[in-house]
Ligand binder design. Structure first.
Ligand SMILES: C[S@@+](CC[C@H](N)C(=O)[O-])C[C@H]1O[C@@H](n2cnc3c(N)ncnc32)[C@H](O)[C@@H]1O
Length: 256
């Protein structure tokens, strides 16, 4: 295995190490009382991306502690949450112990342990698709979707990457890396994250047979809580002016 393809192992190890602290940060932000997308909690009710969920088979790619998966189940979906990190899944098991009907699977979104055409919807809310090679994980998600099925990927914007040095998390207001080189980036937390230029995402979805319905670039509410460990003024300025969370809404056609 080369350094360029060991991201699965590195991310699993990093998320096992970071899981407890990550859940503390989420707890600091408080539990939203609805389904929300991304770091800045854009309301699904307002954006209306998923449509009717009752009775739908939904796969949560990189479900973490199952915060999303539980809410999807509350909306009547049959939910499977998959995550590479056993420690994240331990939190998920605690959070679903109250009876939420969520099946939890320890596995890799680049090699999904599900049959073709098993799900109506697949979502990655800053989940596996932010840490997998899109050239592998997008076709794999497309494979497990039924015809007409929806894939929704909420992750960071290519613009955020351009404005963020590869060893930092905090964006600046200058371009700090090459647009054409966007792909694999080892971060300072031990994770390896992935991003593509806009054209690269469009090509990757198209090559997986998926049709893009929307690229949503929601502007955070100015009252959004920014975690205490982040520089408040820098982030407020950035979030007011450039897209951080972006949401790709793509669909597997009914007929090919
Ligand atoms: C930022 S957390 C987000 C968790 C959850 N979606 C949420 O909204 O809280 C990213 C999650 O993706 C998982 N992950 C990373 N790479 C993965 C992979 N290849 N397959 C499955 N899960 C993965 C991590 O273990 C982690 O739980």
């Amino acid at each position: 295995m080369t350094a360029a393809d060991d991201h699965g192992r590195r991310n699993r190890r990093a998320w096992n190490r970071m899981a407890d602290q990550y859940q503390e940060i989420l707890a600091e932000l408080g539990t939203p009382d609805e389904l929300t997308w991304g770091w800045w909690r854009h309301s699904e009710h307002r954006l209306d991306i998923l449509g009717e969920l009752t009775g739908r088979d939904v796969l949560d790619l990189g479900c973490g502690a199952a915060g999303w998966a539980r809410r999807l189940a509350d909306h009547g979906a049959n939910v499977v949450g998959i995550d590479a990190s056993a420690r994240q899944l331990a939190h998920a098991r605690d959070s679903t112990a109250g009876g939420a009907a969520v099946a939890l699977v320890n596995g890799d979104a680049e090699r999904l342990p599900f049959a073709d055409a098993s799900f109506d919807v697949a979502v990655s809310n800053w989940g596996a698709l932010s840490f997998c090679d899109p050239h592998v994980a997008v076709p794999e998600a497309a494979r497990v979707l039924r015809p007409g099925g929806l894939l929704v990927v909420c992750t960071s914007s290519p613009i955020y990457w351009l404005c963020t040095a590869s060893d930092a998390d905090q964006p600046g207001t200058e371009i700090r890396r090459s647009y054409f080189d966007l792909h694999r980036s080892p971060g300072n937390t031990g994770t390896v994250r992935f991003q593509l230029p806009y054209g690269g995402w469009i090509r990757t979805f198209a090559e997986a047979g998926l049709t893009i319905e929307a690229l949503i670039e929601p502007v955070p509410d100015p009252a959004t809580v920014i975690p205490a460990h982040l520089e408040q003024a820098t982030w407020r300025h950035w979030l007011a002016n450039w897209p951080f969370d972006v949401i790709w809404k793509v669909r597997k056609p009914t007929h090919r």
